[in-house]
Design a protein around this ligand. Structure first.
Ligand code: HEM
Length: 144
């Protein structure tokens, strides 16, 4: 179960990051050109939203199964070791905050009425979310 979850989490990460980058540039371009926000724009933003939520769910399960998650946090010593602290605390907490921001960006974008404001809500909050995600990925484990 652990290996399957880790592979899913690792593979989904590519899709989440790629979808976020595409949506950010798409929305930024939409805003700069001043065009109308359409249903297609909302659906594209929704794809990145859904992928990040699936990743959140897989990550949460992984946290309880992985030796680098809760087990490490409760095992003692994780706080003083930067590598252990990353997967046991910083990566999960910061990534949850990032996904909350992405959720706000999408929901606000849906509710706002003006097209430029819709695009702005999406590209701004998705971009802050993406920066947070990138800042706390366990790159060493992922690229190993
Ligand atoms: C969009 C959000 C997230 C992304 C892009 C992401 C990405 C990643 C990546 C690339 C890895 C390294 C995988 C590997 O070694 O092959 C990883 C590991 C991990 N992630 Fe996430 N993650 C996200 C959210 C979360 C959340 C919300 C949690 C927990 C609540 C979580 C828990 C973990 C744990 C415990 C590991 C270490 C697994 C292990 O090596 O045993 N992740 N994550």
């Amino acid at each position: 179960m652990y290996t399957g979850l880790l592979h899913t989490h690792s593979g989904l990460a590519y899709l989440v990051l790629a979808a976020l980058i595409i949506v950010i540039f798409w929305a930024l371009f939409g805003s700069l050109t001043g065009r109308e926000f359409t249903e297609r724009d909302r659906k594209l933003a929704l794809v990145a939203f859904i992928l990040s939520h699936v990743q959140l769910l897989v990550g949460l399960i992984l946290y309880f199964v992985s030796p680098l998650g809760l087990q490490l946090l409760t095992g003692g010593g994780a706080m003083s070791d930067p590598v252990a602290r990353l997967t046991a605390l910083e990566h999960p907490v910061i990534n949850i905050v990032a996904i909350v921001l992405i959720t706000i960006g999408y929901s606000r974008g849906k509710k706002l009425t003006e097209s430029r404001a819709k695009f702005r809500s999406i590209y701004m909050l998705y971009a802050i979310g993406l920066i947070l995600l990138l800042s706390r990925l366990p790159w060493m484990n992922w690229m190993a």
